[in-house]
Ligand binder design. Structure first.
Ligand SMILES: [Zn+2]
Length: 384
């Protein structure tokens, strides 16, 4: 009874009951309802010319391959959301590996190369990450990151306990102690996933469409200010309730200048890996001048603080963005190369910009597909 236990732990009994009722309304006995929801999402994404990542369980894919075997899904990445919808941290490593390998085989049999993984319930630990690397995955997106965007009014008194439950269950990273940025962890790229997500807003906080839009715009603006990544999580089963919120985010992200890089998780993982191979060389020219050379993937840029850049720059928060790969700096004090994950509060510094082509921040649209019919959903109770 893995599902019930984890669901009760994650959501609390009242929210679980509500969830069962709303599931019955959203899923049908055939995949028609979910197919419609997915198509609605895909149409919205096409309108803004952006891709998305939908993690799906291998069993749901195997049961209903026709739902996603379509030209319309060309821009969508399907990642693995488990072979079945279970808490993988409870399985011994050999079983984890068997599930993960089988899931990749199912994807391959349907013409999909799965490089990414998101756990059911976002459950993760170091053992699972080792299994994922062993099974050939290249990235994982399980670390919740809670943006500081909810106001008192967003959390009505009757929802406070359920909301608290969720926060304890997810134990999310928060700003300012953490950054919502990918990192290289062993052989995997880890990509955080943002909260509040659709589940938190719709099921627990019973937020209206307008409120969802406002909260998500708040997340987008916070990520933009900090130059970080917003990984929006929107289960396609709630596409209708969240369409206005998603559209508000896409519209704003497309309008902002400097640009927001909208990308799928596989693209973000590939970029972060490529970025990690870049090398920065500083050579003194004279007492106050340093020659900077960066070699790295196409689109690599640098951020400089506390020095005069003898090349075109663009303001990016407290940094100056430089897209040239060779230029000179003038400064009275030495300019230290720093890591984006480990940048001191002040002092002259230079580092690799986080995103390609000098984008200010990044946005990924993701939506976990737990199942495509009520049967799929029900079968999860037995871990099928
Ligand atoms: Zn799920």
């Amino acid at each position: 009874m893995n599902f019930i236990r984890v669901a009760l732990q994650a959501k609390g009994p009242r929210a679980t009951l509500r969830r069962v009722r709303s599931l019955a309304a959203r899923y049908g006995f055939s995949p028609r309802k979910m197919a419609q929801a997915l198509q609605q999402l895909a149409a919205l994404l096409r309108k803004y010319d952006c891709g998305a990542t939908f993690p799906i369980t291998a069993v749901a894919l195997a049961r209903h391959p026709q739902v996603i075997a379509d030209e319309r899904w060309r821009h969508i990445e399907f990642a693995v959301h488990g072979y079945t919808h279970i808490d993988y941290t409870r399985l011994p490593q050999e079983e984890q590996l068997a599930h993960l390998r089988r899931a990749r085989q199912v994807f391959a049999a349907h013409g999909l190369t799965a490089t990414g993984f998101r756990s059911p319930y976002l459950r993760h630990d170091a053992t699972l990450n080792r299994s994922l690397a062993k099974a050939g995955f290249s990235y994982v997106s399980n670390q919740p990151f809670l943006w500081d965007v909810l106001t008192e009014a967003d959390v009505p008194p009757q929802a406070r306990t359920a909301h608290q439950h969720a926060l304890e269950f997810y134990a999310p990273w928060r700003p300012p102690t953490h950054q919502s940025l990918p990192r290289i962890a062993g052989e995997l790229v880890e990509i955080p996933v943002s909260l509040p997500d659709d589940e938190m807003l719709v099921e627990r906080l019973q937020a209206s469409s307008e409120r969802i839009a406002r909260v998500w715009l708040g997340e987008l603006h916070a990520a933009y200010r900090r130059g970080e990544l917003l990984t929006l999580q929107l289960h396609p089963e709630r596409a209708l309730a969240c369409a206005a919120g998603l559209e508000a985010v896409l519209q704003e992200a497309r309008a902002l200048r400097p640009a927001v890089w909208i990308a799928r998780l596989d693209e973000i993982a590939a970029w972060w890996r490529a970025r990690s191979t870049a090398s920065l060389k500083l050579t003194p020219v004279d007492e106050h001048t340093t020659r900077v050379r960066v070699s790295g993937p196409a689109g690599i840029a640098l951020q400089v603080r506390g020095a005069q850049v003898l090349a075109p720059t663009q303001a990016q928060g407290t940094w100056q963005l430089v897209t040239e790969t060779e230029f000179d700096l003038r400064a009275d004090a030495p300019v230290t190369p720093v890591e984006i994950h480990n940048t001191p509060e002040r002092g002259a510094a230079i580092r690799l910009a986080p995103w390609p082509e000098g984008a200010q921040s990044a946005l990924a649209i993701t939506g976990d597909i737990d199942g495509l019919t009520l049967w799929d959903y029900g079968l999860r109770i037995w871990g099928r």
